[in-house]
Design a protein around this ligand. Structure first.
Ligand code: C2E
Ligand code: MG
Ligand code: MG
Ligand code: MG
Length: 291
C-alpha cells in the first residue's frame, strides 16, 4: 500500500493512488489474520501531574507486531481498519487488554487509571457502554480507573449520539476525555453538552508555545476555559523541560510526552515507573527546580 509522511512525521495511508485498492485489500487480509493471531500489543505512556510530577494515569497505545514488517505504529494501520469495518474487534481487544492490565497493576499495589482511545466508529456503536461495563466487571476494575479518549472529530460526526453514549458511561463512573483538542474544528458549544471530565490539548498547539505567543495565548485560554467548565487539562506531546515548566506556570494540570516517557511495553513501563518515583520523590518540585 502507498504511504506518505503526514503531519508530525507519522505515516499516513494515502488513498490518492490507483494501486491502493489492491494494497489495501492485502492489508485488510493481513489485519484479519493479525486479529485472529493476537499480533497487536499495547504500549503505555504516563500522564504526570504538573504540581508534583506524580503519575496519575497511563494511556494505552496500540501497535502491530507484524510478522515481517516489525512493530508498526497505529498511523500505519488504523485508517485501514476504520474503513474496512475491522475497528470493532480491535477496540474490543484493546479495551479488554488495557482493563486487564490496569486490574493486574492494581492487584500488584499500583493502582493506575488507564486511558483507551475510542475511534469515531466505535464511539457510535450501540453496545459500547454495555461492553465497557462488562469488561470492567470481568476484570473487577473500578470504573473510575478507566478513561476513554475520544477526539472532537469523532464527537462531531454525531454529537447527540456521542453525548448519549458517553453520558451512560459517565453515569457509571467511567471518565471521558476529549483528545487532540485544538487540532481540528472545535465547536465550543460541544463542550457544554458533552459529559466529559478532561481535555487533552493537542501537541500541534502546545509544542510551538514557547516560540509563538499566539499559541501560548490560545493554550492559556483553553486551560482557563476548561477549568471554568470543571475539566482537568492535559498537554500532549511535551518534549522539553522548558515547556513542562511553562505549562505548570499556566496552571495546566497534567502533561504527557517524551520529556516524561515515550510509550513503553508493560514490563518496561513498570521499570520506568519505579525509577521515576525514586527520582521524583526525593525532590518536592520538578527535576532541576529547587524545592
Ligand atoms: P493520540 O491518542 O493523540 O496519542 C498521542 C500520540 O503522540 C501517540 O502516537 C504517542 O506515541 C505520540 N507522542 C507521545 N508523546 C509524544 C511527544 O512528546 N512527541 C511526539 N512527537 N509524539 C508523542 P501513536 O502511538 O503513534 O498513536 C497515534 C494515534 O493513533 C493516537 O493519537 C490515537 O489517535 C491513535 N491510537 C493509538 N492507539 C489506539 C487505539 O488503541 N485505538 C484507537 N482507536 N486509536 C488509537
Ligand atoms: Mg489519545
Ligand atoms: Mg491525543
Ligand atoms: Mg494527538
Amino acid at each position: 500500500y502507498q504511504a506518505k509522511r503526514g503531519r508530525r512525521g507519522t505515516t499516513v495511508y494515502d488513498p490518492g493512488t490507483d494501486q491502493h485498492t489492491v494494497g489495501q485489500l492485502a492489508m485488510v487480509t493481513d489485519l484479519r489474520r493479525a486479529l485472529e493471531n493476537d499480533e497487536f500489543v499495547l504500549h503505555y505512556q504516563p500522564k504526570v501531574s504538573l504540581a508534583d510530577l506524580k503519575v496519575t494515569s497511563v494511556e494505552a497505545l496500540v501497535r502491530w507486531q507484524h510478522p515481517t514488517r516489525g512493530l508498526l505504529p497505529p498511523g500505519e494501520f488504523l485508517p485501514v481498519l476504520e474503513r474496512s469495518g475491522l475497528m470493532q474487534p480491535l477496540t474490543r481487544w484493546v479495551l479488554r487488554e488495557a482493563v486487564q492490565q490496569a486490574a493486574s497493576w492494581r492487584r500488584a499495589g499500583m493502582p493506575l487509571q488507564v486511558a483507551v482511545n475510542i475511534s469515531p466508529r466505535s464511539l457510535l456503536e450501540d453496545d459500547l457502554p454495555a461492553r465497557v461495563l462488562a469488561v470492567l466487571r470481568g476484570a473487577e476494575l473500578p470504573a473510575s480507573l478507566l478513561q476513554l479518549e475520544v477526539t472532537e472529530t469523532a464527537v462531531m460526526t454525531n454529537p447527540e449520539r456521542a453525548a448519549f453514549v458517553l453520558t451512560q458511561l459517565q453515569a457509571r463512573g467511567v471518565e471521558v476525555a476529549i483528545d487532540d483538542f485544538g487540532a481540528g474544528y472545535t465547536s465550543l458549544a460541544l463542550l457544554r453538552i458533552l459529559p466529559i471530565t478532561a481535555l487533552k490539548i493537542d501537541s500541534s498547539l502546545v509544542s510551538q508555545m514557547l516560540d509563538h505567543a499566539a499559541d501560548e495565548a490560545v493554550t492559556q485560554a483553553v486551560i482557563d476555559l476548561a477549568h471554568r467548565l470543571g475539566f482537568s487539562v492535559t498537554a500532549e506531546g511535551v518534549e522539553t523541560d522548558a515547556l513542562l515548566d511553562r505549562l505548570a506556570a499556566l496552571n495546566c494540570d497534567q502533561a504527557q510526552g517524551y520529556v516524561v516517557s515515550a510509550p513503553l511495553p508493560p514490563a518496561a513501563f513498570e521499570g520506568w515507573l519505579t525509577d521515576w518515583r525514586a527520582r521524583t520523590s526525593s525532590t518536592a518540585g520538578r527535576s532541576g527546580t529547587p524545592p
